[in-house]
Design a protein around this ligand. Structure first.
Ligand SMILES: *[C@@H]1O[C@H](CO)[C@@H](O)[C@H](O)[C@H]1NC(C)=O
Ligand SMILES: *[C@@H]1O[C@H](CO)[C@@H](O)[C@H](O)[C@H]1NC(C)=O
Length: 240
C-alpha cells in the first residue's frame, strides 16, 4: 500500500491534538510557581481551617502536608509543626512554647544533620510549595548565611558519624542480651569485654559515651580500657 504524505500529516496532527487534550486533563507536572511566605502568611495554614491546605516549614522550605491531614491537622499528633517553622523541635522533641523554634543554636552537628534529613524526608514525601522569608531565606529567595552554616554543620556531622563507624568497626563490639531472670549480660566470642569511650562521641554529641568492645589478652594493658564492675579480669561473660 502506498502511503500518502497527507495521511502522515493527518496522523501526526491527530496525535498532537490527543496529547494536548491529555495534558489539559492530566497535567504532567503539577508545579505551581514556588511562593515566598512570611511567617504571618504561613500561620494561616495551620490546619484549623478545613478549606485551606496545611503547610509547614523546615529550614525555611515550605511543604504542603495536606495529604497527611490526620497527623498535621487540628488534633493530630504533628499539628504543632503546621503553620510554622519549628525546625528545632524535629530533634529536640520539645513541642511547648519556645521549643517550637526555628533556631538550631546549641544543637550538635549530628542533630543538625538529623534536621536536614527531615527536610529531605519532606522533599521526598510531600509537595514543596515555597520558601519562608526569615532565618533561612531572604526576601530574594536566597539562602541566608544561617542556612549555609546549618548545612555545613550537617555535612560535618555526617562525616563524623562515618568516621566513627569506621573507627568502631576496628574494635569488634561485645554481644549482649537481656532477660528478666538474668538481667543484662555482655560477652565476647573472641577476647574479653571492656568498656571503652566511643572515640568521636564528644565531637558528635558533646557528651562522653562508652560501649563494650572485645580485646585480646595482649591488648588488655592499653590505656582507657575499663573492666566491668564485679567482673573478673579474664572473664568472657559479664553480668551487669
Ligand atoms: C491558625 O489558622 C487560622 C486560620 O486558618 C487563623 O485564624 C489562626 O490565627 C491561626 N493560628 C495561629 C496560632 O496563628
Ligand atoms: C521546652 O522549651 C522551653 C523553652 O525553651 C523550656 O522552657 C522547657 O523547659 C522545655 N521543655 C522540655 C521538656 O525540655
Amino acid at each position: 500500500m502506498a502511503s500518502s504524505p497527507f495521511l502522515g500529516i493527518a496522523a501526526s496532527f491527530t496525535l498532537l491534538l490527543l496529547s494536548l487534550l491529555l495534558v489539559r486533563f492530566f497535567p504532567l507536572t503539577p508545579s505551581p510557581p514556588s511562593k515566598l511566605f512570611t511567617a504571618q502568611e504561613l500561620a494561616i495554614y495551620n490546619g484549623t481551617d478545613n478549606g485551606l491546605p496545611i503547610l509547614l516549614a523546615i529550614l525555611g522550605s515550605v511543604f504542603d502536608v495536606t495529604k497527611g491531614k490526620s497527623h498535621y491537622g487540628a488534633g493530630g499528633g504533628y499539628n504543632h509543626f503546621s503553620g510554622r517553622d519549628a525546625s528545632r523541635a524535629f530533634v529536640s522533641g520539645n513541642f511547648t512554647g519556645d521549643g517550637l523554634s526555628d533556631s538550631l543554636q546549641g544543637l550538635s552537628s549530628t542533630e543538625v544533620k538529623s534536621v536536614v534529613d527531615w527536610r529531605d524526608f519532606y522533599f521526598r514525601t510531600y509537595i514543596f510549595v515555597g520558601k519562608l522569608v526569615g532565618r533561612y531565606y531572604d526576601s530574594q529567595e536566597n539562602p541566608t548565611k544561617y542556612l549555609k552554616g546549618a548545612e555545613a554543620k550537617a555535612a560535618r556531622g555526617a562525616q563524623l558519624m562515618e568516621k566513627q563507624k569506621i573507627e568502631e568497626a576496628k574494635l569488634p563490639s561485645c554481644n549482649s542480651k537481656w532477660s528478666q531472670e538474668e538481667g543484662s549480660e555482655v560477652w565476647c566470642d573472641n577476647g574479653y569485654p571492656r568498656l571503652v569511650q566511643r572515640p568521636l562521641e564528644m565531637a558528635i554529641t558533646g557528651k562522653v559515651s562508652k560501649r563494650c568492645a572485645c580485646f585480646n589478652e595482649e591488648e588488655l594493658n592499653q590505656p582507657g580500657l575499663e573492666v566491668y564492675k564485679g567482673c573478673d579480669h579474664l572473664a568472657k561473660v559479664c553480668r551487669l
